[in-house]
Design a protein around this ligand. Structure first.
Ligand code: SAM
Length: 326
């Protein structure tokens, strides 16, 4: 989709990272995590668990996929974002985000649409980092938090992780992009030769899942909703999940959400787990960025934050890890 980038570039030349220190909106959260912390982010969108039953691609005409190939990583298939622009009128749009993103030509409408319909730059940085490090996911439980297209979780799935949960703010993103992408990649992995999408052309239509798709999908959970509601939903599960790895890419642009994001890390990361966070240095026009988030994390004193990779070309970007302080 031809979304505009409305916070990748400075709105005016004076807006520099120096502004961050004078415009410090990040709220302090008690070090003991969510039990004692004030809920700063109000409830915005109730959490839902989505259960894919039928092939979500089977009713779609004229969709196009692209293949992401990075180093030695397995090829990752993804619906091309132009599909949404072309087919918005035919699609279910109960959240009205397809219509709004088109009319407002926007990458992000705070509290309405949080940007999940396109793949953001830092996801590619994180894929490259994973390729360089040769991260193995075997048997690990993974959360792709703020997943959008779900590419990081899909990679983990393909690399043998035990279970992958995908979360996005918007149910439309989960149902119309994340789940179809998982299907696309399952189809690619299936060896029955019946439906595999080849060279970007749609596969033969089919309605039921084959055994290979089903077993991969059994390893996945799909959730929409804001992070407060998502966390509350996960805490109702018995047992409540603890993730070995939480991936989160381009999710720290809004300082108002830092408290709820931090709460998710506190409550859902396994004791020896790791958060991989990929981010731009600064989100112009929105106010968040690594400096603000790092300050927030340090004030809370729960996690150790470590710089893993800095990308200097273009707008500065970073990959950092968070692990519990011992
Ligand atoms: C800019 S998009 C990035 C999507 C994807 N991670 C990528 O890199 O391509 C930010 C994502 O963070 C999630 N997000 C942001 N704020 C959120 C909030 N307050 N509650 C739940 N999810 C949120 C949304 O799901 C959204 O897809």
């Amino acid at each position: 989709m031809a979304f505009s980038f409305n916070f990748d570039i400075p709105l005016n030349a004076e807006e520099t990272t120096d502004k961050e220190s004078t415009n410090d909106k990040a709220k302090y959260v008690d070090p003991k995590c969510s039990e004692a912390s004030p809920t700063v982010q109000k409830k915005m969108k109730n959490a839902l668990e989505h259960k894919p039953l039928l092939d979500p691609l089977s009713h779609l005409e004229n969709w196009v996929s692209e293949t992401i190939t990075i180093g030695s990583l397995p090829p990752l298939l993804c619906l091309n974002e132009s599909v949404f622009e072309r087919t918005a009128a035919e699609r279910e749009d109960t959240e009205e985000i397809l219509a709004k993103t088109l009319t407002e030509n926007s990458d992000l409408i705070s509290g309405v649409y949080e940007g999940g319909l396109k793949i953001w730059e830092c996801t590619y940085d994180l894929l490259e980092y994973i390729d360089d490090e040769g991260e193995i996911f075997s048997g690990k439980r993974i959360l792709d938090l703020g997943c959008g297209a779900g590419i990081l979780g899909i990679l983990a799935l393909k690399r043998g992780s035990g279970k992958v949960d995908f979360q996005d703010y918007n149910s439309t993103v989960i149902e119309q992009l994340t789940i179809p992408n998982v299907f696309l990649n399952c189809e690619n992995d299936s060896d029955d030769g019946e439906t595999g999408e080849k060279n970007g052309s749609p596969p033969t239509k089919k309605k039921a899942l084959n055994a290979s798709q089903k077993s991969l999908l059994d390893c996945c959970g799909f959730f929409s909703g804001d992070w407060n509601s998502f966390l509350a939903l996960m805490k109702t599960k018995n047992p409540s999940p603890k993730y070995d790895i939480i991936f989160t890419s381009e999710t720290i642009y809004n300082t108002d959400y830092y408290s709820s994001l931090h709460d998710v890390f506190c409550d859902l990361l396994a004791e020896n787990g790791i958060v991989y966070l990929a981010t731009k240095n600064h989100y112009f026009g929105v106010g968040g960025g690594l400096h603000m988030f790092q300050k927030f994390v340090e004030q809370n004193n729960v996690f150790q934050i470590k710089h893993l990779k800095d990308v200097e070309q273009g707008l500065k970007r970073h990959i950092v890890s968070l692990t519990f302080k011992k």
